[in-house]
Design a protein around this ligand. Structure first.
Ligand code: SF4
Length: 448
């Protein structure tokens, strides 16, 4: 990788005391127009630097200067432009440039120091980005059904469509649904008689289903077939008199629904530490796994349960969903292969942050909620970067971060996705053809 740096100072006819300009582009006399993709990030860094020091009364603006800062802009020029540019292996040119007034000593000193610090950050880097769908297959299926229902409702009577809960846990509300009249409600009390109502991918408790039938509501059932199968198994295990251990992640919306399907027989287990309490009685015990939990997280719990209850029964691998596993494995693959991983999220509580931290070989995992959270210091020694884009990441943040990193030296960017698919040992179909579940007439059942 060929990396060429040039620094030059020229006068420009723009620049005033009390102001530092960060240029979105400038003109280099030899290289022509130079894009400054990191400029929005540099505005943040410069603002923070000035706020902490003697320049806290200075303002920082992202703005081009007339002529792009060409040399020899005239004797009246009052601004001094400091610029650095590089040429990548493919001939692509990048760089950054700052302007301060020649008589503004504080701003000039800050620019000079920043140019030195930021130039030290320039290097070729590799960026590995998670490529995960916002919605799983079941979520997309439910979204399509709700979308179709909303169109039909709008066409026929201009009415609204009520969704009991979100289409799938943690996913963003699809764009355009609000305008299409799709309304999210917690229960059927908020649904007028005769209105169309949709059940989300993670389903609804049996009581809600029964209430909808009693009121003869127009129902579109978006429950994912895999969820339906697991819920049917839970109900069947309970019906034959077993205690039903429901293994699941407490943050997933399908867990309370699944628990409700097992009724009073349900005992929720979140991790291995919960197992001894759940296995205390000598009842017949069956387990079900909430689809929101990664299979790799659930299986140690099943093993621990079986240590306590050798006659443990439970549902078959056919009804386990790989979506949560694929998501976790994608994040693990990106963070374990990166010296520095940025997790784009609304805050630290996003569950994907925990997954990234758990799987990182290098300890540097940073949560980024906005562009200003990208810090210069960790970038100095890092060439292998990871970017985990969670469902809660603010819209547009991924593009901002990738552009900023591309402005700090030639960037090779790759996407990575883990996608578990059926291997045809015997007939296996897509999620729509999932087994019905609930066929558990007698014990012992198929053991995992
Ligand atoms: S079972 Fe899997 S595919 Fe279906 S809704 Fe849940 S996570 Fe999505």
């Amino acid at each position: 990788m060929k990396l060429t740096l040039q620094r030059r100072q020229v006068r420009v006819p723009d620049g005033r005391i009390g102001c530092v300009l960060v240029l979105p582009w400038f003109t280099d006399p030899e290289r022509g127009v130079v894009r400054c993709d990191a400029a929005p990030l540099l505005v943040e860094w410069m603002s923070e630097t000035l706020a902490r020091g003697a320049g806290n009364d200075r303002v920082v603006e992202l703005r081009a200067v007339p002529g792009g800062g060409e040399i020899g802009a005239g004797p009246s020029a009052a601004g001094v432009l400091s610029a650095v540019s590089w040429v990548g292996r493919d001939g692509g040119v990048g760089g950054f440039a700052l302007v301060a007034h020649r008589d503004d000593g504080v701003a000039s000193a800050a620019v000079s120091a920043a140019m030195g610090r930021w130039t030290a950050l320039l290097r070729s880097r590799r960026l590995l980005v998670t490529d995960m769908p916002a919605l799983c297959r079941g979520g997309r299926r439910a979204a399509r059904m709700i979308d179709g229902m909303a169109r039909a409702a709008t066409r026929s009577d201009g009415g609204r469509v009520f969704v009991v809960g979100r289409p799938v846990t943690g996913a963003p509300w699809p764009t355009g649904w609000e305008q299409a009249g799709v309304v999210c409600v917690d229960d059927l009390d908020a649904v007028p008689d005769g209105a169309p109502v949709a059940f989300p991918a993670h389903g609804v408790p049996p009581a809600v289903r029964a209430e909808a039938a009693r009121r003869r509501l127009r129902v579109i059932d978006g429950t994912c077939p895999l969820v339906t199968a697991v819920q049917a198994d839970a109900a069947a295990y309970a019906a034959r008199g077993d205690r039903v251990v429901v293994i699941g992640d407490r943050r997933h919306a399908s867990l309370p629904v699944l628990t409700a399907c097992a009724g009073p027989a349900a005992e929720v287990v979140h991790d291995v530490a919960d197992v001894p309490a759940a296995a205390r009685a000598r009842d017949a015990v069956s387990f079900v796994i909430d689809p929101g939990m990664a299979v790799e997280d659930a299986l140690p719990i099943v093993t621990a349960l079986r240590d306590h209850v050798p006659e443990l029964a439970g549902h078959h691998f056919d009804v386990l969903c790989d979506a949560a596993s694929d998501r976790a494995q994608t994040i693990a693959s990106v963070s374990s292969g990166s010296e520095l991983t940025f997790v784009l999220a609304a805050d630290e509580r996003d569950p994907d942050v925990r997954v990234a931290r758990r799987s990182a070989r290098f300890p540097a995992v940073r949560v980024v909620t906005r562009l200003a959270d990208l810090e210069a210091e960790p970038l100095a020694g890092a060439t292998a970067l990871g970017l985990v884009v969670t469902r809660s990441a603010p819209a547009g943040l991924r593009e901002q971060v990738v552009a900023a990193l591309a402005g700090l030296g030639p960037l090779t960017c790759r996407r990575r996705s883990v996608d578990t698919t059926p291997y045809p040992v015997r007939a296996a179909g897509p999620v729509e053809d999932a087994p019905a579940g609930g066929a558990v007439a007698e014990r012992p059942d198929s053991l995992v």
